[in-house]
Design a protein around this ligand. Structure first.
Ligand code: C5P
Length: 323
């Protein structure tokens, strides 16, 4: 089964001070963008034992074998794609077995091949996108026919961005990320992504957010007129967008603050950070303008930049067979 996992940007991200558990309630308008990881998942036949490379692999890791073209990525349970597959296996294991059912008596091994194109630590939700696609993919591949609520419950345990990726392509997400409400995509259909080539750990950004005593509960609870926002063209929409994590990320990573400011000046338009950084973005109504911005950015700064679509049509084995 071939799966394509689209990255996301947080068009608008409001974050509250932490609750008793240390977690930060949030409210975000999230949208997928045309930058994809590709996953191939297959069920290894006949309980075949796979040769496991690498040290420190526990018995559970043997159930899910991940290959990845990016050697810097972990291939064990710390990889969200593996965690998603393991969560499905765990759920199956805990189910009462009916006689004659081969799963999980003869643990069917899964092979996942991951072509990583979404930068890690970029605030683009790559790991979460992969995990959500694995959950939906396994539901099909293993003929589980689980209702979406069951998949949503597993997704919420994997990370705050995972539930969004089950729905996409444009949604308002709140709470701990588990409340996802679809919204029409923004009118501007083009985005320029600036990928600085270094990641920022999400946890560190939230820690700095707390140290700086940032966040306002009222901003998280307030709901803008989303349908009106979705109608705006690029200029006025970009003016309204806020990311409450920017001051914390910029304090941790001053060169990102400088980069953002310089690109804003050069393009004469607002540039926002996605999620906890490091990626930056700005929306465009026209593809030519977006392409022109990419040329200007890559000519002046040592970063990757690309012009791509906002809320792309899904195009993989799940989309082809959607019911
Ligand atoms: O959910 P995710 O895996 O992206 O979160 C990574 C870390 O960021 C969490 O363990 C937590 O420390 C912090 N976080 C938070 N509040 C959020 C999202 C993330 O404190 N809303």
């Amino acid at each position: 089964m071939l799966l394509r996992a689209a990255a996301k940007i947080n068009l608008h991200l409001r974050v509250a001070p932490p609750d008793e558990s240390g977690y930060h309630p949030l409210m975000s308008w999230m949208c997928t963008v045309g930058l994809f990881d590709t996953l191939t998942i297959e069920r290894a036949e006949g309980g075949e034992q796979l040769e496991l490379a690498g040290a420190n692999r526990g018995a559970d890791d043997a159930l899910v074998h991940l290959e990845c073209d990016d050697p810097s990525l972990p291939r064990d349970k710390t990889n969200l794609a593996v965690r998603a597959a393991m969560a499905v296996i765990e759920a199956l294991r805990s189910e009462q077995q009916s006689p004659g059912q081969s799963w999980p008596h003869n643990p069917t091994l899964l092979r996942i091949r991951l072509e990583k194109r979404i930068p890690v630590g970029g605030g683009l939700g790559g790991g979460s996108a992969d995990a959500a696609r694995v959950l939906l993919g396994l539901n099909r591949l293993l003929d589980l026919n689980w209702p979406m609520d069951r998949i949503r419950a597993i997704a919420a345990t994997l990370g705050s961005d995972v539930p969004f990726f089950l729905e996409g392509p444009s949604s308002v997400v709140s709470g701990r990320g588990q409340v996802v409400r679809p919204l029409p995509p923004p009118r501007p259909r083009w985005v320029v992504l600036v990928l600085p080539g270094y990641g920022i750990p999400t946890r560190d950004v939230y820690r700095m957010f707390d140290e700086m005593r940032l966040g306002d509960r009222r901003a998280v609870d307030a709901q803008p007129d989303w349908n009106q926002w979705a109608e705006l063209s690029a200029g006025p929409l970009m003016q309204r967008l806020i990311n409450d994590l920017e001051p914390a990320a910029f304090a941790l990573c001053p060169q990102l603050a400088t980069l953002r400011q310089q690109i804003e000046q050069a393009l004469g338009r607002p540039v926002r950070m996605s999620g906890s950084g490091s990626s930056l973005f700005t929306l465009f109504d026209k593809f030519d303008e977006a392409q022109d911005a990419v040329a200007r950015i890559t000519n002046s700064w040592p970063v990757r930049a690309l012009a791509t679509t906002v809320a792309p049509e899904p195009d993989d084995d799940l989309a082809d067979r959607s019911d």
